[in-house]
Design a protein around this ligand. Structure first.
Ligand code: MN3
Length: 248
């Protein structure tokens, strides 16, 4: 498990030093949460040259079977997500070059690419940690209270989240996010990776509804995939993200 701490720091970084994915992984096998170095939930790993790198999956490819198949996980993580990391690094490098050469048209193009690939990188990085072979069930604690306050009940939340994610036009994401200024949780869609949002939200729970996320096992049955996704949601991770975002 990479524990790179050089990712983009959020305000009040110390507050974010919460549950480490490594600790969560160990807890899944061992029970109690061990004392392990905390990892910034929002950090994205970088190499020594400052380029973003693909974060490792926090479990084996086949860990989410039968809900999400191993081949989908392998292709999705190793090829699709890796492509967004590469695209993001290239877009950032292009922006830098354009700054040096004064290429304004090139900068506008690179900025669009940075939004697409950067959002893809961020959302996939969250998505892997939002799932666990020991996931499913319902959230507890303050996350459960927030969901009840905003959506009346967990079942009502689930129903609306499924509908919203299922209705994404084309490729995109279903998103549950917390807005630190509004101080409330919101269900949102993302089209592609970067379109449709309320600026300033912190994504807590994201589900990829691009066809590459489910087509091998579910073909065109996005709704079946989304229902299966609820069997692997790592509510501990979602709750830790909410707790960190509330303290921002
Ligand atoms: Mn994807």
């Amino acid at each position: 498990m990479a524990t790179n701490h050089e990712g983009k720091a959020m305000p009040n970084r110390r507050q974010f030093l919460k549950t480490a994915p490594a600790a969560v992984g160990a807890a899944m096998v061992g029970g109690a949460l061990p004392e392990a170095p905390a990892e910034d939930l929002f950090a994205l790993p970088k190499d020594s040259e400052g380029n973003y790198t693909l974060p490792p999956l926090p479990y084996p490819y086949d860990a989410l079977e039968p809900h999400i198949d191993a081949e989908t996980m392998r292709l999705h993580h190793d090829l699709h997500h890796a492509g967004y990391v590469k695209g993001f690094n290239e877009a950032l490098a292009a922006l830098k070059r354009c700054l040096e050469t004064g290429d304004q048209a090139g900068a506008a193009y690179a900025a669009q690419k940075a939004a697409f690939h950067g959002s893809g990188h961020v959302l996939h990085s969250i998505f892997w940690t939002n799932m666990s072979p020991r996931g499913g069930g319902e959230p507890r604690g303050s996350l459960a209270k927030r969901i009840a306050a905003e959506f009346n009940s967990f079942e009502a939340f689930k129903s609306q989240f499924l509908s919203v994610a299922n209705a994404v036009e084309g490729s995109g994401w279903g998103v549950l996010a917390y807005h630190p200024a509004l101080k409330r949780i919101l269900i949102l869609q993302a089209e592609k990776h970067q379109n449709l949002t309320v600026w300033g939200v912190v994504p807590l729970l994201v589900v990829d509804v691009w066809e590459h996320a489910y087509y091998l096992r579910y073909q065109n049955r996005r709704g079946d995939y989304l229902k299966a996704f609820f069997n692997v949601i790592n509510w501990e991770n979602v709750a830790a993200r909410l707790e960190a975002a509330e303290k921002a």
